[in-house]
Write a protein that binds this ligand. Structure first.
Ligand code: MLT
Ligand code: MN
Ligand code: ZN
Length: 300
């Protein structure tokens, strides 16, 4: 099984179009590696690919990834299916790049498919060519081309644009946020969890001993966006646990004997984005890798 990280940044990307925080200023000036919004391509045969989330940057991500270029005849795509882990803009706006009549399967849990159904612009993906397939929770599903996916609830909240006026439940485990385990018949497998509010006992149990986990790397510290002067929200309020601290993801995942731990969905304010920063070195010393666009991982 091969994975390609198409985009490693959180919503907004790095640099973000309207941001001049310390990190983004560096990136605008060419002093830091830019990253597009979070998406992963995965294949069992290196011919047919599943996308985990369709980021707003998908067109650029396809252009940068030869494996995803059309290969045969007049109209073609190696992208056989797209699986959405949620209805946030950074997870699903890229579906709009996949219009033009190309068939593929679209997988998500009911709440995410309902959100798409409520928005008429997604009708550009005609259901005859792009069937919307509901994934049941905690049931491995063969999706074809050698891949099996299993969706499970992780602590999190509804998409930002569905929050309404009242603060939502920020860390429910009812399926507002999901993780996915992708596996092949030969036993290769990994988990993709781009948004997670806390590491619940159930999630710990699920991830313990697994060979690879791609995990929510939105913020290094909970109040990082406030400290950077770019916003008033904590990570907690956004449904993202931060990396640092006794309740952070570095400590929590560090106890679970996971083979390889890779941070994805990294917000543009996060200092781990900068090569050589103290925070990058701390994450690496704790056994974490910081994903970048184009990063490839081979699993057997
Ligand atoms: C998030 O992960 O918190 C969301 O992407 C926020 C957003 O949609 O901007
Ligand atoms: Mn996001
Ligand atoms: Zn920024």
């Amino acid at each position: 099984m091969r994975l390609i990280i198409l985009g490693a940044a959180a919503g907004g990307g790095f640099p973000q179009w309207n941001c001049r925080c310390r990190n983004c200023r560096l990136a605008w000036a060419g002093g830091a590696l830019p990253r597009t919004q979070c998406s992963v391509a995965v294949s069992a045969d290196e011919r047919r690919w599943l996308l985990l989330n369709a980021a707003p940057d998908l067109r650029q991500q396809i252009a940068a990834t030869p494996a995803l270029h059309p290969k045969h005849g007049l109209r073609d795509s190696p992208i056989q299916a797209v699986l959405l882990t949620g209805g946030d803009v950074d997870a699903c706006a890229g579906l709009l790049h996949l219009r033009e009549g190309q068939p593929f399967d679209l997988f998500a849990v009911p709440a995410t498919l309902d959100a798409l159904a409520a928005d008429p612009i997604f009708a550009v993906l005609h259901p005859e060519r792009v069937p919307r397939l509901r994934l049941p929770f905690e049931q491995p599903c063969e999706i074809g081309f050698g891949l099996t996916v299993e969706i499970y609830a992780v602590p999190g909240k509804v998409p930002l644009w569905r929050e309404g006026e009242h603060e939502p439940d920020l860390a429910s485990e009812r399926g507002e946020a999901v993780g996915v385990r992708v596996s092949t018949e030969t036993g290769a497998r990994f988990h993709f969890i781009p948004g997670c509010a806390r590491l619940s006992p159930r999630l710990r149990e699920r991830l313990a001993g697994e060979p690879l986990v791609l995990f929510d790397g939105t913020l290094f510290t909970d109040d990082e966006m406030i400290q950077a002067g770019v916003g008033s929200k904590t990570g907690r309020r956004m449904g993202h646990m931060s990396m640092q601290g006794p309740n952070g993801s570095m400590a929590a995942l560090g106890e679970l004997a996971i083979g390889r731990k890779v941070y994805v969905h990294i917000n543009n304010t996060n200092p781990v984005l900068l090569d050589g920063s103290a925070e990058r070195l701390a994450a690496e010393a704790a056994g974490f890798e910081i994903a970048f666009d184009g990063m490839e991982i081979e699993l057997s």
